[in-house]
Design a protein around this ligand. Structure first.
Ligand code: IPM
Ligand code: MG
Length: 367
């Protein structure tokens, strides 16, 4: 059986703590299911800056380009707030996305039944929710030129540019339609075609790709502000949402919170196929580095563990192992095991990061 190569980049804040639990899960699959992993580990973000003066070294990037999959924890923290923009921890993450050309970012928002009461919305609105936001990840206002802060007369002006080419829109649209075919055959595309030319182009290109290549998929368009409103009003009307980099950033945080906790949500960032036919890929939890709770053993490792499950499915062709792992997480939640972020209205005593890992490993043993 092929050995799966995996580069682990724990990063900053709670990243290393949650990643430690993933490593135990990886060891479990190696020991109990005979799945062979070749795991290497490296620095990214503030941790890389501290060691090397840059949030991502060329060597680390080169390794990331070679492996079957990258698994990243989180980057950033207050310690780095005053660094020059070019070496901020986030730049390391953005460089990985850009240089690996990971244009399609899948952000599922799934409401686990055991957690439906934890959402800030009513149970009826969120119970059974299962949607995916496909966020364009390598272009748009995150990378557009010109950008910067300059002086005009005696005041400063800040500039960022929203820029999309047809081919950039087309390829992320295709990935959304492909995903929809494996789900409910339904895509909603979000932009601001009422105020932005890039939004008009976005809408046109998504529609063209639909009409010529995916006529069997149901396609609707929505202005992104209305989309935000609909996400909190009636999120179950959606299945796959496709949108640009910045709207996707905002809308995915909104969708994440519908499920009760940001600590639960994994993501996959996929690029072009490699020699093995699998897409170049990086997996990361949607949550950030949570500096306020870092180092205290309070963090919820589930988002990172579920990100590894996505790697099993999309990069390693180990769908059965992914099902097993996702089932173990569901079982643990149904049993009432809760980290601090999952303390709902009924209260209780939270478990630590490691205890959550223990519970998931025990559920895997019992499965
Ligand atoms: C995300 C994050 C990143 C982003 C930051 C950390 C650069 O918010 O992955 O959603 O804005 O894309
Ligand atoms: Mg974000």
């Amino acid at each position: 059986m092929a050995t799966h190569s995996l580069l682990i980049l724990p990063g900053d804040g709670i990243g290393p703590e949650v990643m430690a639990e993933v490593r135990r899960v990886i060891d479990w699959f190696a020991a109990n299911k005979g799945i062979a992993f070749d795991v290497s580990e490296d620095l990214v973000g503030g941790a890389a800056y501290d060691a090397h003066g840059t949030p991502l070294t060329d060597e680390t990037l080169a390794k990331a380009q070679e492996v079957d999959a990258v698994l990243l924890g989180a980057v950033g923290g207050p310690k780095y707030d005053n660094l020059d923009f070019s070496v901020k921890p986030e730049r390391g993450l953005l460089r990985l996305r850009k240089e690996m050309d990971l244009f399609s970012n899948l952000r599922p928002a799934q409401c686990f039944d055991a957690l439906a009461d934890f959402s800030s919305l009513k149970r009826d609105v969120v119970a059974g929710l299962d949607i995916v936001i496909v966020r364009e990840l390598t272009s748009g206002v995150y990378f557009g030129e010109p950008r910067g802060i300059h002086k005009e007369g005696n005041e400063r002006v800040g500039i960022n540019t929203q820029r999309y080419t047809e081919s950039e829109i087309a390829r992320v649209a295709r990935s959304a339609f492909e995903l929809a075919k494996k789900r409910s055959n339904k895509v909603c595309s979000m932009e601001k075609a009422n105020v932005m030319e890039s939004g008009i182009l976005w809408r046109d290109v998504v529609q063209e790709i639909h009409d010529t290549e995916y006529p069997e998929v149901e396609l609707t368009h929505m202005y992104a502000d209305n989309g935000a409103m609909q996400l909190v009003r009636a999120p179950k009307q959606f299945d796959v949402i496709v949108t640009d980099n910045l709207f996707g950033d905002v809308l995915s945080d909104c969708a994440a919170m519908l499920t009760g906790s940001l600590g639960m949500l994994p993501s996959a960032s996929l690029g072009l196929p490699m020699a093995n036919g699998k897409p170049k890929a990086m997996y990361e939890p949607v949550h950030g580095s949570a500096p306020d709770i870092a180092g205290q053993g309070k963090a919820n490792p589930i988002a990172c563990i579920l990100s590894f499950a996505m790697a099993l499915r999309y990069s390693f062709d180990e769908g059965e192992a992914a099902d097993l792992l996702e089932g173990a997480v569901e079982k643990v939640l149904a049993d009432g095991v809760r980290t601090a972020d999952l303390m709902g209205p009924e209260g209780g005593t939270p478990v630590s990061t490691t205890e959550m890992g223990d519970a998931i490993l025990a559920a895997l043993d019992a499965a």
